[in-house]
Design a protein around this ligand. Structure first.
Ligand SMILES: [Zn+2]
Length: 148
């Protein structure tokens, strides 16, 4: 997997702080639950939460406006307990194409600032496939409490 989304320094992701684990970078760790969810419809139903949690911890990939929108959508969906299908509909309406929301700066010139999060993709990876749902629910909750 080509890692063009995250930058690791001294074994940690420069944005979310996830530790390089089993030789995998932050972005590579994110690839694991994406594979697991293919075998597990219950996990797949939480796809929005997995992707949002991960994206929110990597703001450099987005324009400022798109990032604010991601955070808003996450908070609204969480606070109102939106169903997956409704989230997907809202998501399609607000974030129409990835090209538009992506940070236009070349990857190397993007400014990455470290922010502390109590859970990162590292925890999802370490918990493994078996605990993926439990951990993802926990990540979602922690994330909500850490967003203003
Ligand atoms: Zn990261």
């Amino acid at each position: 997997m080509v890692d063009n989304r995250t930058v690791m320094e001294s074994g940690r992701c420069t944005e979310c702080g996830a530790k390089e684990t089993d030789g995998f970078s932050c972005y590579e760790l994110f690839g694991f639950p994406l594979v697991w969810e293919h075998n597990d419809p219950e996990l797949y139903a939480l796809h929005f939460w997995l992707v949002s949690c991960y994206m929110i911890q990597h703001p450099s990939n987005f324009t400022e406006e798109a990032y604010a929108q991601l955070v808003r959508l996450f908070i609204e969906a969480y606070d109102h307990g939106w169903e997956t299908s409704y989230i997907q509909k809202k998501n399609r309406e607000s974030v129409i194409n990835v090209e538009k929301i992506a940070n236009p700066l070349p990857n190397k010139e993007r400014r990455r600032m470290y922010k502390f999060w109590s859970m990162t993709i590292e925890d999802i990876y370490l918990g493994g496939e078996e605990k993926a749902i439990t951990n993802l629910m926990k990540w979602r909750e922690q994330m909500r409490s850490e967003l203003k």
